[in-house]
Design a protein around this ligand. Structure first.
Ligand SMILES: Nc1ncnc2c1ncn2[C@@H]1O[C@H](COP(=O)(O)OP(=O)(O)OP(=O)(O)O)[C@@H](O)[C@H]1O
Ligand SMILES: [Mg+2]
Length: 404
């Protein structure tokens, strides 16, 4: 029977699970750490041997609602989707996700590798840590997981069966509202750093072209079953250290636009870039760290683009999809849409409901508003001019030249 785990029950649950003998010694006493506050949605516990904290497992259990917003019902089924996608990601791009040891379909629990040597990337960005492998890891991960679940690779019927297996309507509905409907017009869920951002928000609310462009992105999100996307691919879904990158939390996965994942990550890096205004007081160090973020965004796109094209040549259906003209069109459209989805991500994280630690961690409201204003300017420019921006270098020049 399904029952939510507690700090008092989870150790026994783990001890009686099929993975216990593989992880712990027979007489291990177990210590429980509740990590649920690190996210908004699920119950999360670390259970480790009291004697050696490296003998450990991460327990993630879905609740029938979002933990921080108990009024918002969410399907338990998302735990199965998370499990299945983590398994597929490991298949198509090994070593960049936590290993899943066991899925319990009654308790809606995933038991997975505890990444206790890794840091959430939002924290890493706020501390100015350089991650040399991150850009290439993101580009490669996106190219592999998205190419091998797209129509360019999968036979038509197989792909359609995958669409059914990963149908995720309630989670999609959350995104449809939080990304595309709420942030750019008056809505009770919206909040921002007042009064410093009042004028900028007023201008966004009054901009009809901007609303129209957001709906163009929304309609594509709802109709373009292009590949199996992660659905929540932001810097808070990355646990890493300079040597090792892992992507977690694909509970929003569904068949959607490839550019949604790419754009979500780029948007969050723009947020990390903007937030340096407050995190790094030394102007030289700030400029150097910002250059690394900009370079990383460039690496993500160029790695993704070249790797996706390489897989297309190697494993794409050669007869059905062979056309350099079509491929160039496909990749160019992905780029344009990536800028649009990055913008939507920045809006929802800045003036919508889904605030992020990058900004909320800045105590001084003037500094916070300055950082947020910077990110918002990039979002507006990318969204409204995305069809004219042809290269990632052009897009990044806009970021570097935006006056603070
Ligand atoms: N495999 C793991 N190893 C170590 N820590 C983890 C692991 N998975 C999650 N965590 C910790 O729990 C936090 C929240 O995880 P996750 O994002 O999966 O939760 P969530 O409930 O889906 O929240 P949200 O969707 O709001 O991000 C992470 O930031 C990390 O600190
Ligand atoms: Mg989540």
């Amino acid at each position: 029977m399904y029952t939510p785990l507690t700090a008092g029950t989870v150790a026994d649950y783990v001890r009686n699970s099929p993975v216990a003998d593989h992880i712990f010694k027979q007489n291990d006493e177990l210590t429980v750490v509740d990590l649920s506050e690190g996210g908004n949605v699920n119950l999360i516990f670390r259970v480790h041997s009291t004697e050696d904290a490296n003998r450990s497992v991460l327990v993630k259990q879905a609740l029938p609602y979002a933990r921080r917003y108990p009024d918002g019902m969410m399907p338990l089924e998302r735990a199965r989707i998370e499990h299945d996608l983590l398994a597929l990601e490991e298949k198509y791009c090994p070593g960049l996700t936590p290993k899943v040891f066991h899925y319990d379909s009654v308790m809606h629990v995933n038991l997975m590798e505890d990444l206790n040597q890794h840091l959430n990337m939002r924290i890493g960005l706020s501390r100015g840590i350089v991650y040399p492998k991150f850009g290439q890891d993101v580009g490669r991960f996106l190219a592999h997981t998205l190419f091998y679940t797209s129509d360019i690779y999968l036979p038509s019927a197989e792909k359609k069966a995958m669409v059914m297996r990963f149908i995720n309507p309630v989670m999609c509905k959350v995104t449809e509202h939080l990304f595309f409907n709420e942030p750019c017009k008056p809505h009770p869920n919206n909040r921002w750093t007042t009064p410093q951002l009042d004028e900028q928000v007023k201008a966004i609310y009054a901009n009809r072209a901007l609303h129209g462009e957001m709906l163009i992105m929304k309609e594509k999100f709802m109709t373009q079953a292009q590949a199996l996307v992660h659905g929540d691919f932001h810097t808070g879904s990355v646990l890493l250290n300079p040597e090792d990158t892992r992507f977690i939390d694909p509970e929003f996965a569904f068949y959607g636009p490839i550019a949604f994942d790419v754009g979500s990550m780029l948007g969050n890096l723009i947020i990390g870039h903007a937030a340096q205004e407050a995190y790094q007081p030394d102007p030289d160090k700030r400029a150097a760290y910002r250059s690394w973020i900009i370079e990383t965004i460039g690496t993500i796109w160029t790695t993704f683009d070249s790797e996706f094209r390489r897989l297309w040549a190697k494993d794409g259906d050669k007869e059905e999809w062979k056309s350099p003209h079509f491929q160039d069109h496909y990749m160019a459209e992905l780029f344009t849409d990536t800028l649009g989805y990055a913008a939507a991500e920045i809006f929802r994280r800045t003036i919508g409901m889904a605030w992020v630690d990058d900004f909320t961690g800045i105590d001084n409201p003037n500094e916070r508003a300055k950082s947020e204003a910077l990110a918002l300017k990039t979002a507006e420019t990318w969204l409204l001019n995305r069809r004219e921006i042809k290269t990632i270098q052009q897009a990044l020049t806009i970021v570097s030249n935006t006056p603070i």
